[in-house]
Design a protein around this ligand. Structure first.
Ligand code: ADP
Ligand code: MG
Length: 699
């Protein structure tokens, strides 16, 4: 299949296919249920299922699976074949409406954070018809949500869909006030730029840290890092190019709009950006993208690292979450309009985002907090752990003039009859793309740059959608009280002015990576949660639980369960890392260092045997350094072993996480420092692992 437009979406049971394969009335009725968000009628489901099955078999499928996104952060699937015995010893291929709309996977092996008591281990999956089914690797994949029998969400998808609903409802209230009668709903759009590393599979296999943890736990910087800036947008190497070509094709077949691909700042680092779509689809597609990256890399003798910080001292990987709001009729609500009146509507939506990011900065930080991302946030070339917003000079000047009650712009002084200031048109391209801002306005969307490369984008978008929905709700409540147009304008202006005044502390257009900003942010009272453990308690604060429950995105129990699970994952991650370090240090590194020390000692003895006065300064000083380091390593290893054991014995999950942060991590860092300090002294052939230089430059 060389024709790309033919290839595109060829494995997706999309709208076009449905229109083709379904009887007209069934197609219509399916569409209606999708739009209204209602449950699918079983007779309709039966017809859809049968058509889907025939289509899937044509595409080579023999099995089907409900595809869901449990709280592990990756996707889950369980494949059943279409085969059904008929009684005379033969089989037919069957797929019923019931099987399409509902599945019952055993939920007990997925994290539930206490939501699902063990006596009711069953969970169920339900078809989400707003995300199309597709065929991959011989199976029909049906995107589903995953819940407990009590109806609690056990996945990352259900709350995301709920957040999409609440923001749509509130945004529509605002649009109606501005006279929009045509929009039926508002969607949030997302385009997640995915960063990743590609390294040689053979080298990867030699490093237990990469195999078990996805990142290197030891390793010194190579002589050449990213300082020459010669990798960014650089020519793509043939092996990588072949990988990217196959990746694009695979993704296109699945309807993923893979669009841009290029090298990033770090050697071996690359990026893939899709064309944006609705949040729901973007989330599914990003999961498919990450999966495809891993499997396709393997076919090219490569390994794709999605960890946030695979190499210390080298740029980490993120997932820039480009986010906007638009009507179902295609109007982008975060695009400055062509005339002053449109711009007031734009400014109101902008105000909602500003207020949301300020009031829920803690929640945004929580939404991206993982052990892996802790290495990245605040590190070299990454957004700091402080949430702030970049708007660009012109927008900031406009907001400033609104706050002060002045008119903006010398030549465009337009006043409305009511004496209310209206806004001039302005150029959206003046946003000069501050690369250091964690939440940057980029002309017609916001780019949230804090999410980590390995995470599902659902978490970040649940937080953004719900927080913005809340602000829109408050604005709508106020505006709906206006008795006439005049009063409406007064309230409107007051809301915008008040928001700027009360929340401008979150706006920062300067260098977000500077130390000065950290101090300034503290003065402004912005939160700065450096680690996951610092950030997570905000998840269950009264304010945030109120937000989630009022918007019916999470129940209080669901929030608590996620808090628990996140802490658990944090602890497990660190436990694995600590144990991996211990194993590597004891079994490979210590023996390598002592082995090389013996070589040095033998050399010294041999040299002295030849001639007592032969110069052994180099051998002696290296030997001395290695011996000292060996002793230190030995002590730290036993301390780390003790700490890893102690950690597991701590019963409270938060206390355990704290112990990892305060005791285990510092010991891991200490061990790494000693090991890294001797890596350059040991003969290359004696070092047990491929070096950073090999890993980063050998593709
Ligand atoms: P960058 O300059 O940050 O690398 P890219 O052009 O690589 O930007 O990526 C921009 C991303 O933003 C793309 O995935 C694009 O589809 C997405 N995007 C563009 N418009 C919107 C929008 N209205 N809503 C959400 N995402 C959008
Ligand atoms: Mg970007």
């Amino acid at each position: 299949m060389s024709n790309i437009s033919e290839m595109y979406s060829s494995m997706v049971f999309n709208d076009q296919v449905m229109r083709e394969k379904l009887p007209k009335d069934v197609y219509k009725s399916l569409h209606k249920t999708i739009e209204a968000g209602r449950d699918l009628d079983i007779t309709v489901a039966n017809v859809v299922a049968s058509a889907m099955k025939d289509w899937a078999i044509e595409k080579g499928a023999t099995h089907y699976t409900h595809w869901f996104q449990p709280m592990t952060g990756i996707t889950a699937e369980k494949h059943d074949s279409f085969i059904s015995p008929v009684g005379d010893g033969t089989v037919i291929m069957e797929f019923s409406g019931k099987e399409l709309i509902k599945g019952e996977p055993d939920a007990s092996s997925f994290p539930s954070g206490g939501l699902r008591a063990t006596f009711e281990a069953r969970g169920y999956t339900a078809w989400d018809p707003t995300s199309y089914a597709f065929v991959k690797d011989g199976s029909l994949y049906i995107p589903t949500v995953f819940c407990s029998y009590g109806g609690e969400a056990l996945d990352k998808k259900t709350p995301l869909l709920r957040s999409v609903e609440t923001i749509s409802e509130q945004a529509l209230r605002i649009l109606r006030l501005f006279g929009n009668r045509t929009a039926r709903h508002v969607v949030t759009t997302v385009g997640p730029e995915q960063e990743y590393f590609l390294i040689d599979k053979g080298l990867y296999e030699k490093r237990p840290d990469l195999r078990y943890c996805g990142r290197t736990l030891f390793g010194t910087k190579p002589p050449k890092g990213q300082e020459m800036d010669d990798h960014y947008f650089g020519a793509i190497k043939p092996r990588v190019a072949a990988f990217m070509k196959e990746l694009d094709e695979e993704l296109w077949k699945l309807g993923v709009l893979a669009k841009t691909k290029h090298n990033k700042a770090a050697p071996a680092q690359h990026e893939l950006a899709p064309v944006f779509s609705t949040t729901n689809i973007a989330t599914d597609h990003n999961q498919l993208t990450m999966e495809a990256m891993k499997t396709i890399a393997a076919r090219h003798g490569l390994v794709c690292l999605l960890h946030e910080k695979p190499f210390a001292g080298v740029n980490g990987s993120g997932k820039h979450n480009n986010w906007s709001l638009s009507t179902d009729t295609g109007e982008n609500l975060l695009a400055p309009g062509k005339n002053p009146q449109d711009n007031v509507q734009f400014l109101l939506f902008l105000s909602a985002v500003i207020k949301a990011v300020d009031e829920y900065q803690d929640l945004l930080r929580v939404s991206v907090a993982t052990a892996g991302n802790d290495h990245r946030l605040g590190a070299n070339e990454a957004p700091p752990a402080i949430v702030s917003m970049f708007l660009g000079d012109e927008l900031e000047a406009i907001l400033d003039s609104i706050e002060k009650g002045q008119e903006y712009g010398a030549h465009e002084k337009i006043k409305m009859e009511t004496g209310v200031h209206v806004l001039p048109t302005f150029n959206k391209d003046t946003t000069d793309r501050n690369r250091t801002s964690p939440f940057a306005f980029t002309g017609n969307k916001f780019e949230f740059r804090m999410p980590g490369s390995s995470a599902s984008v659902s978490g970040a978008n649940i937080a953004i959608n719900t927080a913005v929905a809340e602000e829109l709700k408050q604005f709508a409540d106020e505006l709906e009280r206006a008795e006439d147009r005049e009063q409406f304008d007064v309230i409107l202006n007051d809301i915008i002015r008040r928001t700027v005044k009360n929340h401008k502390r979150i706006i920062f257009n300067g260098d977000g990576y500077s130390e000065a900003w950290e101090k300034e942010a503290e003065k402004r009272g912005l939160s700065n949660f450096k680690t996951t453990v610092d950030a997570l308690p905000s998840y269950i604060s009264e304010k945030n639980i109120k937000l989630f429950t009022e918007h019916r995105v999470f129940t209080a129990a669901e929030v608590h369960s996620r808090y628990e699970i996140r802490l658990e994952i944090y602890c497990k991650t660190l436990n694995i890392e600590a144990l991996t370090m211990i194993e590597m240090a004891k079994r490979d590194i210590l023996p390598a260092v002592t082995g090389y020390s013996k070589k040095l000692a033998d050399t010294i003895i041999a040299k002295r045997g030849v001639l007592d006065s032969l110069d052994c300064t180099a051998e002696l000083s290296i030997l001395q350094k290695l011996s000292k380091a060996t002793g230190e390593m030995y002590v730290i290893i036993s301390e780390l072993e003790g700490a890893a054991t102690d950690a597991k014995a701590i019963s409270g999950i938060y206390d355990r996480a704290k112990y990892y942060r305060d005791t285990v991590i510092p010991l891991m860092e200490k061990l790494r420092t000693v090991v890294d300090s001797v890596e350059p002294d040991v003969e290359a052939g004696d070092w047990p692992y491929p070096s950073y230089g090999e890993l980063l430059y050998r593709v």
